[in-house]
Design a protein around this ligand. Structure first.
Ligand SMILES: *Cc1c(COP(=O)(O)O)cnc(C)c1O
Length: 480
């Protein structure tokens, strides 16, 4: 929300400056990227540099922090403080523009225009409590929230009088909520999740002290249902709570929901002995528009679905949507007199702005708009994968996905410049609607140019990534 607002009034002067169309990053005195903290380690008596960045609590950030200082007595007269703060913010805004332009690694659609909502930033909009029960706090946006929830319930085919849900603070909160319902429905249930599930699933298992079984994955990143079956057969006496990934974080793999259900049925788990939560944080809103994707629908025996609002949809603040069956929510909720509402959410206070942003985008784009964007993302992802391969760089793109996985660039500076997410030997780009062909070209050209300097003797040798992505996707000397 960009607005220049000096005084509180309902007549707001929202001076929303659009981002320049063709933004020239060289024109900006951008903050230099913080230096890479070099890690040395000793191997065979030699000091060598360690891969990646070491994570040290409380060390990385303090050198760059913007200190809070006490106002001087005469600041109000001189206006110096105001001017100082304005200059800090202006510089920060410039760096945001620059960092937004060079972002490829995280699945955030950074292309949106919510200028019309700038006028709302003066209100402390809070939807605390249950979306369907009005609390005594009146500055809320439940009317928008429930409208958005209805839209998602329809998308996932659950009747208005049969669903419950809320707008969460993020995809993680949806997962925490979905797994919690599973646990409340089956207090002695075992949580099954593929190894490549998002870390929030394993966090839920720790928080709720649940027994958790990690299931192997195929090389694509999908859950391996043969292994799943083995594990189920060993634990037939306990109900199963399953996390199904609608897009895994690193490889963008979509678990085969139908096969998961079939596996449960074949091992003797009747529908009243399992609970499925679908983690759609990444692709929950993309899969409905992909022809061959296994359909996520409450017509199948699933208990809940969640999605992140700031990923594919795009939103200035993190948010998400969680939808479940109304019948489950009573197991979870408690009445709270102080709120004159019911407590069935993970958080207490909830961001009341987020539902309005989601409502605004859904209205603006609608089904057709999303379908077009999904098609564009898949097309551009293929373009990126093909060009990487053509340049001799090992790369993989799952069929139902816009996440292009490839060999990890050997230079941390480059990784940080493009804000790539890395894990082990691989990195990825998640092609979101704001990632245009031009941007991909810039990235590719720079990658190819830099890459020639990363290997000694000018000899290009691709690292082997067959273990991560399979031999077919590897471009190393043995596999190409
Ligand atoms: C991003 C992501 C999450 C977590 O979502 P947040 O909104 O970042 O909390 C969960 N699962 C998957 C598969 C994700 O990609």
């Amino acid at each position: 929300m960009v607005g220049s607002v000096k005084t509180f009034s309902t007549e707001v002067d929202v001076n929303v400056e659009p981002l320049p169309e063709e933004f020239d990053p060289t024109a900006v005195v951008s903050e230099p990227l913080p230096p890479v903290v070099k890690n040395k380690t000793v191997v065979n008596g030699d000091e060598v540099e360690k891969r990646g960045r070491e994570i040290v609590l409380g060390r990385n950030v303090h050198t760059m922090c913007l200190e809070v200082t006490e106002p001087d007595a005469d600041d109000e007269v001189t206006g110096e403080r105001e001017a100082y703060m304005a200059s800090v913010l202006a510089r920060y805004r410039k760096s945001l523009i620059e960092r937004t332009k060079h972002h490829l690694g995280y699945p955030y659609n950074l292309d949106f225009d919510y200028g019309a909502l700038g006028q709302l930033q003066h209100f402390s909009i809070n939807n605390l409590g249950d979306p369907f029960i009005e609390s005594n706090y009146g500055v809320h946006s439940r009317q928008f929230e429930v409208g958005v929830l209805d839209w998602f319930a329809r998308l996932w085919e659950l009747e208005k009088n049969e669903y419950w849900g809320y707008i969460t603070n993020c995809g993680t909160e949806g997962n925490l909520h979905g797994i919690l319902i599973g646990r409340e429905v089956f207090p002695d249930g075992i949580l099954y999740a593929s190894r490549e599930s998002h870390y929030s699933i394993f966090k839920a298992a720790r928080m709720y002290r649940m027994e958790c079984i990690k299931v192997d994955t195929l090389v694509s990143g999908e859950i391996d249902c043969t292994h799943f079956k083995e594990k189920l057969l060993l634990n037939k006496d306990k109900p199963a709570i399953i996390n199904v990934n609608i897009g895994t974080t690193v490889k963008g793999a979509v678990d085969d929901l139908d096969l998961v259900i079939k596996t449960l049925e074949e091992t003797g788990f009747s529908h009243d002995r399992f609970y499925i939560h679908c983690d759609g944080a990444l692709f929950g809103l993309m899969m409905p528009f992909v022809k061959l994707a296994p359909k996520v629908t409450f017509k199948k025996p699933i208990g809940s679905v969640s999605v992140s609002g700031h990923k594919f949809v795009g939103c200035p603040m993190p948010c998400g949507v969680q939808i479940t069956r109304l019948e489950h929510i009573n197991a979870l909720s408690r009445n709270v007199e102080y709120l004159a509402s019911r407590d069935a959410t993970i958080m207490g206070s909830r961001n009341g702005h987020a539902p309005i942003f989601l409502w605004y985008t859904l209205n603006r784009k609608g089904y057709r708009g999303f379908r077009k964007e999904v098609q564009k993302c898949l097309r551009n992802a293929h373009y990126l994968k093909d060009r990487l391969r053509a340049a001799g760089i090992g790369a993989m793109l799952n069929e139902l996905s816009s996440t292009v996985v490839f060999e990890r660039p050997q230079d941390e500076e480059f990784v940080r410049r493009w804000q790539l997410a890395c894990q082990g030997n691989i990195a990825h780009v998640v092609v979101m609607p704001n990632i245009t062909i031009e941007k991909l070209d810039d990235f590719l050209n720079e990658l190819v140019e830099k890459r020639s300097t990363w290997y000694p003797d000018g000899k290009l040798q691709s690292p082997c990534i067959a273990a991560e992505l399979g031999e077919d996707c590897c471009a190393c000397a043995c596999h190409k």
